[in-house]
Ligand binder design. Structure first.
Ligand code: 5RP
Length: 265
């Protein structure tokens, strides 16, 4: 049997039969506390996991609040140890062992790299070493890419592409990036074939805009979304997931999915 079997099998629990993933991100509390929408994570998981392919969260919420039913892929975040009130939100490092992730039946582990910050060296190095360790167990690694504080850089495809390529070079199996309106296909291309999923960022005023970025990202080659706030801070999170599913998995356009689940504009 191929030595890649474990990795392939785990990835098949994250990416559905269409090869895409609606990943629900619920890892925010580790740095931001009980923010609006995830005050009661157990209720959020119970309500929303039937509509997702995979979930991304930390070990405490996974163990205490998730009732396993075997149908969602589990992406366990294993980096953190910095908070919004601390000195530097980017001063993350690995917080959990690979053994612990395996004990918790993770299908992938996630760690952040902070490109363009004083912590880029340590976070990139940790990603690389984590990829080596996880290779032994066939455990995929999701790299969460982030670009410093400079607002313009965060939406500049050149910087996003840089962070994505760095993650691919270090051996990531899935890469999360932010979406940008211009040249997003260049960001996807930078991954050299490693699957890309996009974060949603802060809650947007318009549902249609959320669906449109998902549509455009997939058209540019992304394989899914890894979204949090635009789902669980929305008053209709189930409808949001259903609409995202149609856009991402079935290629239905954003306007159509919007009218179906949210009525006319
Ligand atoms: C932050 C994260 C979040 O999971 C990610 O940003 C996705 O959530 P959102 O859609 O709310 O941005 O990894 O480091």
């Amino acid at each position: 049997m191929s030595e890649l079997f474990g990795k392939k099998n785990r990835l098949s629990r994250i990416f559905n039969k269409s090869g895409k993933s609606i990943m629900l991100a619920l890892d925010h509390g580790m740095a931001l506390g009980p923010m609006q929408g995830i005050e009661r994570p157990g209720e959020v998981l119970k309500k929303l996991t039937p509509y997702t392919d995979s979930i991304m969260l930390n070990k405490g919420i996974l163990q205490n609040c998730y009732v396993p039913d075997g149908h969602v892929g589990i992406v366990l975040r294993i980096s953190g140890a910095a908070t919004i009130v601390g000195e530097d939100l980017t001063r993350e490092s690995i917080t959990t062992t690979v053994t612990e992730a395996l004990r918790l039946s993770a299908d992938a582990v996630a760690t952040s790299i902070y490109v363009g910050t004083p912590n880029e060296h340590s976070t990139i190095r940790e990603l690389s070493l984590l990829c080596d360790e996880c290779e032994t167990y066939g455990l995929p690694v999701l790299a969460v890419t982030a670009i410093g504080k400079d607002r313009e850089r965060k939406t500049d495809p050149r910087y996003l592409a840089l962070a994505v390529r760095v993650a691919a070079e270090m051996g990531a199996d899935i890469i999360k990036t932010y979406y940008c309106d211009e040249n997003f296909e260049k960001v996807v291309e930078a991954s050299a074939g490693v699957p890309i999923v996009i974060a949603g960022g802060p809650k947007m005023d318009s549902v249609l805009d959320v669906l449109k970025i998902a549509e455009n990202a997939v058209k540019a080659g992304a394989l899914g979304v890894d979204m949090g706030r635009n789902v669980w801070q929305h008053e209709k999170p189930v409808e949001m997931l259903l609409a995202l599913k149609e856009v991402v998995n079935e290629g239905i356009n954003a306007e159509e999915a919007y009218s179906k689940h949210f009525g006319r504009k």
